[in-house]
Each structure stands twice: as C-alpha cells, then as structure tokens.
Design a protein around this ligand. Structure first.
Ligand SMILES: *Cc1c(COP(=O)(O)O)cnc(C)c1O
Length: 389
C-alpha cells in the first residue's frame, strides 16, 4: 500500500505537482521516475526481496504516480487503474449484493452504463437523482445506502453538486461519499476537503493532459479504505502498465500551468459564445449567468475549459461540429488540444434517450473542451464554423 510522505504534503500545489511522490531513483539518482518495464523482480533468497515480488501488486513507476496524484488531492493513498471506469469498478467492489447506491443521474455515460448494466445485474441497487438537488439526494437515501456518488461539474450539462451538503448526507447515512473529480481536477477543487471518502479520476483527461494514454485513479485519506482498495486493485488486477503511468506522471507535473491556461481560455471562449446570436444557452459555471455560479465560486478555485452550448437546431449543431478546423471532432477532453463533440451521438449515446431529455441533453447540444492554444485562434475558428453560409 503506497502512502504519501509528510514532506510531500508540506508544499503548495505546483510544487507538489513537480515533486510529490518521488525522491530520485535509488540505483542511479535519475531525476525523473524511471519506467520499470518489468513483470517480476529477482529475490535474493526465499522470502528475501526488496518488497517487490510481482508487478500486478507493486511497480515503482506506478507507485510514483499514485503518491503524486494522492498528494495533489490532499490525500494519503492513491491507486492507479487501467482506466477511469476500472477505477469505478474497484469502488463498486467495496459493496455486496443488496447494497444501495445513490448516484447523480448526469454522471459520465460510461459510469451510468457500468452501474446499470453490470452492477445492477450483480445485485447492487441504484437510485439516480439530480445531484444538484441536495434534497433529492437526501430523499433517495435508504437504510441500505452504502455509497453516495457524485460528479461535479457534470458532463456535459455542467451541473454542480454541493460537495459539503452532499458529504453531510452521506456521513449521516454512514455511506461512503465518492466524488468523480475528473472535470475540475485537484487544481480547482479538492473533494476530500469537503468530506469525500474517495476521489475518482479518469487520468485520461486533464491529469495526463496530452491525450496519449487511458488511465484511472482513486485517492483516499482513510487507511481502512486504502487497505480494501489495495486488495481489490491487486485481486481484480485492472492495473495500468508502467509506461502509461510514466505518461500520466509527466502530465501532472504541468497540471497547474495547463489548468491556468484552460481556465483563462475557457472564460474568454464562454464570454464570446454567450453573446453569439446562434447560441441559445451556454453551460459554464464560471459565467455569472450560470444558475449555480455562487456555489461554483464557493467550492471551486477556477472553472477550466469545459463548455456546453445549446444551439436549438440539430442540423445546425451537426454542421457546426463538422466545420471547426482547430477544434477536432473527437470524444474525450482535457488535453492540450481543443476538441468538439456531440454528446447525444458520441459520449452519451449509451444514456437512454428519455433520461437525456430529462437532464436537458438535447440533440442540438455541443460540448467543447477548450485547449491551451492562442485563444484568438480558437475564437476565430468557432466564429467561422458558426457563420451562416
Ligand atoms: C472519461 C471519464 C470517465 C471514464 O474514464 P475512462 O478513462 O474513459 O475509463 C469517468 N468520468 C468522467 C467525468 C470522464 O470524463
């Protein structure tokens, strides 16, 4: 079980990003964590080894990443997985058949699919509610509730969940409060400070930030949960390879720099879109017009680069996403490059149409992941793509 060292938590965010979790390679003094591309380790004799026996259980490159991300979230234990959904899979394995989960309804489409198509079949029960409606979350809790699961801001509607209030509901119910912090990243929001027991990430997105690997992470401060999650990580075995861990670790070193630029660009693009005549509605928590802007300012330090817009016309939305030249039409988000997507047919196609309608995810909704390019070029690109012929 990897544990963050005291000195890793002594420093501020950008310093942690660069340094936390790694003190130099004991063999060579390598400044950067080496890629330990090995499946096993030589033992000096029976029962005599350096603590590393087999790479599903422990790998030094993976441990460097686990300590780094754990320190960024202000946690003590990190667990890396082969994807964000593999991390969710490990969380759900803390439960047993008959246990109940209250989840935000507007969670990542793949998370919803795993819960309803895999875990529900294996005996867990779920109630999906608007995670932004604290009263609805409280009302959904039953004596069997073991997890309250939240994503904030949500994808793609950018709805917020009140972390403090929801954490209190979970605590009263003696349920675990699990927060998917993929969108905000620890640079802007640290759910453990608001009472979360476990923070989940798709490292594929902002933490890696370069769209060149797929991975997931869990972070906790609780030793008892770390014990159980470590057991599940090793027993189920959905671990990432050392090279992907190394890529994610290279990404987190620049997280502070990148998030500042995503945020600056995101705000400029959001303000520009808000006044555009073809944009009917815009969803970005950094805008004063966002219905939860006050809550956003309370629990987030910045708002990042994710923006959704309602164009009110499906044909026009399809034309728009196919006409951008810098914004690439692609799933995923959080990389240095700008991406554009059509959630109803791409990332959220697995969410039942009725549920999509209920949360406002229409066929004319477009989602932007604003990258770190020159913002004037990004606005120029959106301008030409939104123009009438
Ligand atoms: C992408 C994503 C996931 C799933 O992560 P993968 O790495 O694709 O498995 C979970 N939650 C959110 C918010 C995401 O954006």
């Amino acid at each position: 079980m990897t544990r963050v060292a005291e000195h890793d938590l002594a420093h501020r965010f950008a310093t942690r990003s660069v340094h936390a979790g790694y003190v130099g390679d004991p063999l060579s003094g390598a400044v950067m964590a080496p890629i330990y591309q090995t499946s096993t380790y030589i033992q000096e004799g029976l029962g005599r080894h350096k603590g590393y026996e087999y790479a599903r259980t422990r790998n030094p490159t993976r441990e460097a990443l686990e300590r780094n991300v754990a320190a960024l979230e202000g946690g003590l234990h990190g667990f890396a997985f082969g994807s964000g959904l593999a991390a969710l899979d490990a969380v759900m394995k803390l439960l047993s058949a008959g246990d109940h989960v209250v989840s935000g309804e507007n969670v990542y489409g793949g998370s919803h699919r795993q819960m309803t198509h895999i875990w529900a079949r294996l005996g867990l029960t779920f109630t999906f509610v608007d995670g932004g409606d604290t009263a609805a979350v409280a009302a959904a809790v039953t004596p069997n509730t073991r997890i309250v699961y939240a994503e904030t801001p949500t994808n793609p509607m950018m709805r917020l969940c009140d972390l403090k209030a929801t954490g209190e509901i979970a605590r009263k119910a003696k349920a675990l409060f699990v927060v998917d912090n993929t969108f905000a990243t620890p640079y802007f929001q640290q759910p453990l400070q608001f009472g979360a027991d476990i923070v989940l990430h798709s490292t594929t997105k902002y933490l890696n930030g370069h769209s060149d690997m797929v991975g997931g992470m869990l972070v906790t401060t609780r030793d008892d949960l770390a014990e159980r999650l470590g057991f599940i990580q090793n027993s189920s075995g959905a671990v990432p390879g050392p090279f992907d861990c190394w890529l994610a670790l290279r990404g987190t070193k620049t997280l502070a720099l990148r998030m500042r630029q995503h945020d600056a660009n995101g705000r400029r693009v959001a303000e520009w879109l808000e006044q555009h005549p073809r944009v009917q509605r815009i969803y970005y928590p950094g805008l004063r017009s966002h219905p939860q802007h006050e809550l956003a300012s309370r629990q987030m330090k910045g708002f990042g680069g994710m923006i959704s817009i309602e164009l009110g016309d499906t044909a026009f939305a399809r034309r728009f996403v196919e006409r951008t030249r810098i914004f690439a039409l692609a799933e995923s988000l959080g990389g240095v490059e700008s991406l554009i997507g059509h959630p109803a047919s791409m990332t959220h196609a697995s969410v039942p149409p009725e549920m999509r309608r209920r949360m406002g995810l229409t066929d004319s909704l477009v989602r932007l992941s604003v990258g770190i390019e020159d913002v004037e070029d990004l606005i120029g690109d959106l301008d030409q793509a939104l123009a009438d012929d």
